[in-house]
Design a protein around this ligand. Structure first.
Ligand code: DP6
Length: 337
């Protein structure tokens, strides 16, 4: 049996940081995101009577390499294969190829697209089709692979990952589909290199920041405001909350022990410019940053050309990835091998 799927990355407007449960990966706070049309992972899984599992990955502008169990991420991938094989009561082995069309591990949510693609393709290849078709169940299955952001890539458009309190109650729902609102995410790439500290490791340290509990408290009203602003397509309401959430997240990261400081000079340069453009010209663009130096600049489609032009003039910007909301994880008929 051979199956291929494509899954998009997503950008969080309300960030996921810190877990209530590290075994089944329950987040401490509800988080909200938009899927990204320009950043996707394609994964092909084949099941058969092979002598062992073989996983090959191809990162942006690199060649295929065999995945070794040498990192938390790789271990999570092999654990997910084992778990889904058990779920299907199968003894078959897998051959997997997976490719990203954007830089991995640079704060562009590469694990979101890769873990959602992997989980979906495994479920289908092992014949667990009903768990793929029921998107709530698919999101639960994705959660068990350990990448929180991946859960939100299951649906297109605007998505909320609900914390819940156990496996059944922690899953993602769609707020609005990909055609609801034509927002744009311009990713200003200032540093395409792999980040030094992975989010997976960092989630465990959130509690060491004295500001973590404060963030959890102060963000609660923001979650409702962001959900409602999406439903109302109210950008002037949404934008400031996106920025506040990103700043709040980074204060926690920077005050963890040890500190996780992801910003580079280019990150700060872009943040300051965006604030100036709003103040001087009322250009409605807002920044948000994940666990990396690259800056996601969110604006409405009508302003995207102007925002992009200005970003291109920033000396630190190497290139820009343009995204609009797109469909979530889906099957494709062309295989990678
Ligand atoms: C800062 O649990 O998805 O991007 O799998 O390593 O990316 P990785 O970690 P994950 O945490 C995401 C952290 C974040 C915020 C977010 O996307 O919500």
């Amino acid at each position: 049996m051979k199956v291929s799927v494509v899954s998009p990355a997503n950008i969080a407007f309300i960030k996921y940081w810190g877990r209530a449960d590290h075994q089944i990966f329950l987040p401490r706070n509800n988080n909200i995101s938009m899927t990204m049309s320009g950043c996707a992972t394609t994964t092909t899984v084949e099941t058969g009577n092979f002598s062992s599992d073989d996983v090959q990955v191809k990162f942006f502008e690199k060649e295929y390499t065999v995945l070794e169990k040498d990192s938390i991420k790789a271990k999570n991938i092999f654990d997910q294969i084992e778990r889904i094989r058990d779920l299907a009561k199968s003894s078959q082995r897998v051959r997997i190829k997976s490719e990203n069309n954007f830089p991995a591990d640079a704060g562009i949510a590469s694990s979101a697209s890769s873990f959602s693609a992997l989980t979906a393709a495994l479920l289908l290849a092992f014949g667990l089709n009903e768990k793929f078709e029921d998107k709530v169940e698919l999101s639960r299955q994705v959660r068990l692979c350990g990448s929180g952001s991946a859960i939100r890539s299951v649906y297109g458009g605007f998505v909320e990952f609900l914390t819940g309190h156990d496996h059944e109650t922690s899953y993602a729902v769609q707020i609005a589909d990909e055609n609801y609102w034509d927002l744009v995410d311009l990713v200003a790439v200032v540093d395409p290199e792999k980040k030094k500290i992975s989010s997976s490791e960092c989630h465990q340290l959130a509690d060491t920041s004295p500001y973590f509990e404060t963030r959890i408290k102060e963000m609660q009203p923001r979650i409702d405001i962001v959900r409602q602003a999406i439903l109302d397509r109210d950008f002037r309401k949404l934008g400031p909350e996106i920025e506040r959430d990103s700043n709040s997240l980074h204060i926690v990261m920077m005050t963890q022990i040890p500190a996780a400081f992801y910003w580079a000079p280019g990150t700060i340069s872009i943040m300051k410019s965006i604030m100036d453009w709003r103040e001087d010209d009322d250009l409605q663009a807002y920044f948000t940053i994940d666990a990396g130096a690259n800056v996601h600049v969110i604006c409405e489609k009508k302003d995207a050309v102007e925002v992009k032009k200005r970003l291109q003039n920033n000396e630190y910007v190497k290139w820009i990835i343009e995204n609009k909301p797109c469909a979530g994880t889906h099957i494709i008929s062309e295989h990678l091998f």
